[in-house]
Ligand binder design. Structure first.
Ligand SMILES: Cc1cc2nc3c(=O)[nH]c(=O)nc-3n(C[C@H](O)[C@H](O)[C@H](O)COP(=O)(O)OP(=O)(O)OC[C@H]3O[C@@H](n4cnc5c(N)ncnc54)[C@H](O)[C@@H]3O)c2cc1C
Length: 392
């Protein structure tokens, strides 16, 4: 009879896998459960690329967190089987001159305040440095070398293998409920009728979180966002240094993207906006004609050489939005032995190198001031969107 683990983690996306790895390294017996083989195809963490940036407007807290995470990516690039983080730099463009209060302006100022050295990019520089951009559409912005992209799905695969090597037990199955006894959590029930018991349970279920904990419905929203993979006629034209990870007046348009992916040979473009409310279990996750029409209009105005590129893949991927766009990492205030780590709100993956430590500190009750903003908070009036997010 396999002894019960100390900790069950439900969800093997970025939050769950990094927590499993860190908790095991700290000596806990961990069982990791997911409805599919990691990296699970429908998980938000499963993708060819995610942006790694430290720019968060005037939010110094998140910039500091991202700085720490980037040092973590450097370390992982040394210690893992190969580099998964690619520091190509990020180009953040603004259609008008950067002014106080805009995402680009406030990020620029915060970078300077924190000792970074971004390079200002105005129309003439754009033509010279990043020639595929329509310089008449973007008056201002900056390029910051410290940033780039990470192969998110592949990294989850690597970390998952590492976790198994370190003794994490993986169980594939859909969790249908949290098991309770005398008001305390004692494990989970699975769809196949079996149950798993443990000292503590962590729900790291991303956009599915409220399926197991409906009391969080007022504070979470599962939102779906379009992603496009385009195959340009000349992929080399869209490679660094002439083309790199970008945000195109993102807080006003939502558009962001990546250079040609070295192995997939596609240019990925996504929209970081309000998105559609999508039920992670029952709703279809389709990219609509309207999404494509908007994309074509953006490309025609901004990247004319990409305007007619063939779309070879689309996806509507889900954010686990919290009402204030801050992550949700805390113990349940009323149910002993139950904790939640979720709420990536469309900007969580870049924190992967520090996420395991944050969650393990929470599980062990260790003082960590970084967790203060991620505590259990049920004041839904505190609504806010992330600095780069387009409210439309
Ligand atoms: C389109 C898009 C673009 C993004 N771009 C960026 C970016 O550029 N930079 C960035 O930093 N972040 C980005 N993000 C956000 C980032 O991907 C997420 O914050 C992060 O990956 C969330 O990880 P997670 O572990 O919470 O969720 P997920 O990766 O979704 O993992 C949750 C896991 O839980 C499992 N699960 C759920 N319920 C159950 C159950 N009942 N039983 C068993 N298993 C269960 C699921 O199968 C899944 O594998 C983006 C997200 C999307 C959707």
């Amino acid at each position: 009879m396999t002894p019960a683990p100390d900790i069950i983690i439900v969800g093997a996306g970025m939050f769950g896998v990094t927590a499993a790895l860190e908790l095991t390294l700290r000596g806990h017996e961990v069982a990791l459960v997911d409805q599919g083989p990691p990296p699970f195809v429908l998980a938000a963490s499963t993708d060819i690329s995610k942006v790694v940036r430290m720019e968060y407007g005037s939010d110094a807290f998140f910039m500091a967190l991202a700085e720490e995470a980037m040092d973590g990516f450097d370390d992982w690039n040394q210690r893992l089987s190969r580099p998964f983080y690619h520091q190509t730099g990020v180009l953040m463009l603004s259609r008008s001159m950067m002014t106080e209060g805009s995402f680009e302006h406030d990020s620029w100022r915060m970078l300077l305040e924190r000792g970074h050295s971004p390079e200002r990019i105005q129309s003439d520089d754009l033509t010279r440095r990043f020639p595929v951009w329509n310089e008449t559409a973007y008056a201002d912005g900056f390029f910051h070398q410290r940033g780039g992209w990470v192969e998110s799905g592949a990294l989850i695969g690597e970390l998952f293998e590492l976790a198994l090597q370190r003794g994490v037990r993986f169980i594939q199955g859909a969790v249908t409920s949290v098991l309770m006894r005398n008001g305390r959590c004692e494990g989970v029930a699975l769809q196949d009728g079996t149950s798993l018991h443990a000292g503590r349970t962590l729900l790291a279920c991303g956009a599915w979180t409220t399926k197991l904990l409906p009391e969080l419905d007022p504070f979470f929203r599962s939102s779906g966002h379009p992603v496009f993979h385009l195959r340009p006629a000349n992929p080399a034209q869209f490679t660094p240094p002439a083309f790199t990870v970008f945000t195109a007046d993102i807080a006003e348009t939502g558009w962001y993207g990546f250079a040609t992916h070295p192995s997939e040979n596609v240019v990925k473009i996504g929209r970081h906006g309000t998105g559609l409310t999508i039920d992670p279990v029952s709703d279809a996750r389709e990219v609509l004609d309207d999404d494509e029409t908007s994309l074509r209009a953006f490309l025609a105005a901004s990247l004319p050489d990409l305007a007619d590129a063939k779309i070879v893949y689309t996806r509507r991927c889900l954010y686990a939005d919290t009402m204030d766009a801050d992550y949700w990492i805390d113990r349940h205030p009323q149910i002993p032995n139950l904790s939640v780590a979720s709420g990536g709100s469309g900007h969580g993956f870049k924190m992967a190198p520090i996420m395991g430590g944050l969650i393990a500190n929470m599980m062990e009750g260790k003082k960590d001031t970084r967790l203060d903003r991620f505590r259990w908070r049920t004041d839904s009036r505190q609504s806010r969107i992330e600095a780069a997010r387009f409210d439309g």
